[in-house]
Design a binder for this molecule. Sequence first.
Ligand code: ATP
Ligand code: MG
Length: 326
Amino acid sequence: MEKLLEVKNLTKVFTMGSILSRVRLTATDDVSFYIKPGEIFTLAGESGCGKTTTAKIILGFEEPTSGTIIHEGKDRAETKGKKVWQEEGIQAIFQDPFGTFNPLRVVDRYFFETLQNFKMAATKGEAIELIDETLQLVGLTYEEFAGKYPSEFSGGQLQRVSIARALLTKPNLLIADEPVSMVDASLRMSIVNLFKRLKEEASLGVLYITHDLATAYYVSERIAIMFRGNIVEMGPVEKVLMEPKHPYSQLLRESIPEADPTKRWSKRIVLAETEEEEYMRVGCKFAGRCPYVMDICKNQAPQDIDVDGVLVKCFLYNGNSATPHE
Ligand SMILES: Nc1ncnc2c1ncn2[C@@H]1O[C@H](COP(=O)(O)OP(=O)(O)OP(=O)(O)O)[C@@H](O)[C@H]1O
Ligand SMILES: [Mg+2]
């Protein structure tokens, strides 16, 4: 099977605190997954589970502690260097489009610069044509956008502009880190529909990072559910979201996530006590909250088990059985 991106045994350890009280937090712990060309793959899970860390390592913004990133058969370690990820055909969009663009620069300059850097247009006319073509993909035109500052767009419009900018260099992989969480519900569907169209028409692969399981279900083929640095369940979106196997996925599905960006803005680096405690657990990270917890869960880390085509990291599927505790 052809793979566009392969993430293999990715581990990232952050060390925090003073010399006297060092805290080591494994933000991604032996994370492995792949994305096929033209596939939308979702990474979901609650705040602080390691989604952005995974994205940053794929983009080369952070160095992994261990593990490999392979894009189109090429090992990231061998193609290391600034901007290589862009030249390699990977582009990214983030949660806050207003953070993407400098408020004091007209947005079109970014587009002209990108075309210049990639030597994609010989004349200004050619550049405008290319920019207009790309903007049309996201439902905008050059006239609507030329000469404007970021503040002159609405959030939804600017997010579409940032998608267009990412598409300008015709990437084969788009890393979309919570691209719709700050966008009005009414516009969310138009953005995820755009991913779907680009996947079908341009064979774009997308790593879709989200809290929003509804859009994940709608656009993606496969999904990975992350919890405290581990992928706890991964498989076809239909199976994982309709019949979740891991107790955490079950909980996540029940608590339909709300769009509350303010929650995610709050000091991410400062750990809530339970978050830190959970990250430090030697056994299953979910043991403290799991309604099915057994002794083994507190002492040993569960391995991936293939259950009916879905990978599940849970002792319940190891031949153990348990009934929910009160
Ligand atoms: N540079 C850093 N230094 C120390 N800890 C970090 C750093 N970056 C992230 N972390 C910690 O790593 C964990 C995972 O963070 P990450 O941003 O990857 O989560 P996330 O899943 O993207 O969360 P959210 O949904 O809030 O965006 C968190 O506990 C976070 O506090
Ligand atoms: Mg994040």
